[in-house]
Design a protein around this ligand. Structure first.
Ligand code: CMP
Length: 157
């Protein structure tokens, strides 16, 4: 099974959207295998947003990401990285498709509620940045045979 990182940003907490966001991922059929509330320190912001360090908006992005705690979550599923990106929607909230989380709940580009793993940014590495192995749970979920067909599960462990 593929794993992907989701970070509910300070705007999600301030706007009381955490429950709704978790619920959308749960209803989709994604399995929550880790979740915690954290503060993101300077080092983690710079590592996480390495490609944006030096951009005009980086100092705002850092300030925003440190303006309150965030909720980080690891989701698991067949092709979970792309499935989560699809229901999250485009980066700029006001341009994201209706029906996606950002399309329905966000207007901003920085204040876009969620960070989700990008396949180009090594999701496994990203998960390691925020979660230790013993914070990730391998457990049986009883609805799997109603979420996937046996065919889709046969190559998964
Ligand atoms: P995220 O998915 O967390 O990945 C990088 C983040 O940088 C992005 O969401 C936005 O919050 C932020 N970002 C990207 N481009 C811009 C921009 N042009 N101005 C402000 N913030 C941006």
């Amino acid at each position: 099974m593929e794993r992907t990182l989701v970070i509910m940003k300070p705007d999600a907490l301030q706007r009381n959207l955490v429950g709704e966001i978790i619920s959308r991922f749960e209803r989709k059929g994604l399995k929550i295998i880790g979740m915690k509330m954290i503060s993101i320190d300077d080092l983690k912001v710079e590592e996480h947003y390495k490609k944006y360090v030096g951009k005009d908006f980086f100092s705002h992005l850092r300030k925003f990401m440190q303006s309150s705690p965030v909720v980080a979550m690891v989701l698991e599923g067949v092709e979970a990285v792309s499935a989560v990106r699809l229901i999250t929607g485009a980066t700029k909230g006001r341009e994201a498709d209706a029906g996606t989380i950002r399309g329905d709940l966000a207007m901003g580009i920085q204040t876009n509620i969620l960070h989700v793993s990008d396949p180009a940014e090594n999701p496994k590495q990203e998960i390691k940045r925020f979660f230790t192995e013993d914070e990730l749970f391998d457990y049986k979920k009883i609805d799997m045979s109603y979420i996937y067909s046996p065919d889709e599960l046969k190559d998964e462990k």
